[in-house]
Write a protein that binds this ligand. Sequence first.
Ligand code: ADP
Ligand code: ZN
Length: 437
Amino acid sequence: MANYPEYFNPDMELLTRPEIEALQLQKLKKTVEHCMNSAFYRQRFAEAHLKPEDIKSLDDLRRIPFTTKQDLRNTYPFGMAAVPLEQCVRLHSSSGTTGNPTVILHTQKDLDMWANCMARCMWMVGLRPTDVFQNSSGYGMFTGGLGMQYGAEKVGMLTVPAAAGNSRRQIKFITDFGTTAVHAIPSYATRLYEVMQEVGVDPRRDTKLKTLLIGAEPHTEEQRRRIEEMLGVKAYNSFGMSEMCGPSVAFECQYQNGMHIWEDYYIVEIVDPETLEPVPEGEVGEMVLTTLNREAMPMLRYRTHDLTRILSGPCPCGRVHKRLDRMKGRSDDMIILKGVNIFPMQIEQVLMQFKELSSQYLITLYTTDDNDDMRVDVELNEMTDDYNFLQNLTRQITLRLKDEILCTPKVKLLPKGTLPQQEGKAVRVKDERKHFA
Ligand code: ADP
Ligand code: ZN
């Protein structure tokens, strides 16, 4: 490591493409073999008339059936385990953004691998033992809590497990402990800034903040830039999901040009969510992940429902691990309004271009007189009673939205603090339609 101070694990981070592929094949074969200890995968392979020995190349991965969230639910809680329960030391459960919770088991080795990978991500964005790291994620079933905690300790930072909520206390910790790095979901990062303003804390003057790790929910580039501007920090996008451990699956490096997905941990495929065939290189599709290091619950070709694409070209940081584009959303987040497909992020992207608007917004779908419609409520940074100004701004936003999403929502400008605040991930869409499109 002495020769490569910028890398946490240079042996893995600096693999060349042929080395990555050779390692992946070796690990894939091992994983598939290990999956035969799982009742679920034994049956899956039998049904597909497939044997572990049939997987001879990385291309053979495509012969393996997909694993879905429904499979996890069907085998709830422990039916997918590939080791006896007494070898497991922890379980996490997905926060259940969409539907029932699912259970993910971990052995001690799984947790160690996870902490190492997390530390690698943190090191990559420049965090060092001299940093003070504060985590504003809930500690518990949500993997953003413990996942980040163990990674930060592995880096050797002083960690402040502040956990979710209580923004004033959060800010007091930041100022009193000299916090330099915070992990927050993007909607909460914005909230923190608002509360700083309320209590008269200027992040640039009164804190040592320099790095934010933001992830766990979709957000636009515009939103990121706003967070950086507000708090005077660099904000790095972090992707994770409980089924793949949690945070650390993919992370931006200091160049902020997409998230490196760690290919010594995962094989990534991008498929057409309808046909399930691979999309041409560089096109958007559903991300499918295969774990390569997991003991308790290996997962083969897991359908994430997250839509993204692989960015091409080398990264100046020297890592060839593939880069994922910012998540477009989940395929099941897509709004279908009057036959038009709309992603909430398209709306966010438009809203964030107006500096008069705050980052808090809510999209409501509703029915009047048998007609489905959309309303976009958005908070203003500063309320005014200048009627002409408000009317003009509303018109401009509506026009820009129409250009982007091809239908005309009702736009409503609200004073700050009007929209409901969530403890966890932001709820951006409320569907109150009587009949669904
Ligand atoms: P749940 O599925 O209940 O939300 P998780 O905490 O496991 O529970 O959430 C994982 C999901 O969160 C991902 O599948 C993805 O949709 C979303 N997500 C995580 N990180 C990001 C990110 N950086 N950008 C966009 N979406 C993200
Ligand atoms: Zn890079």
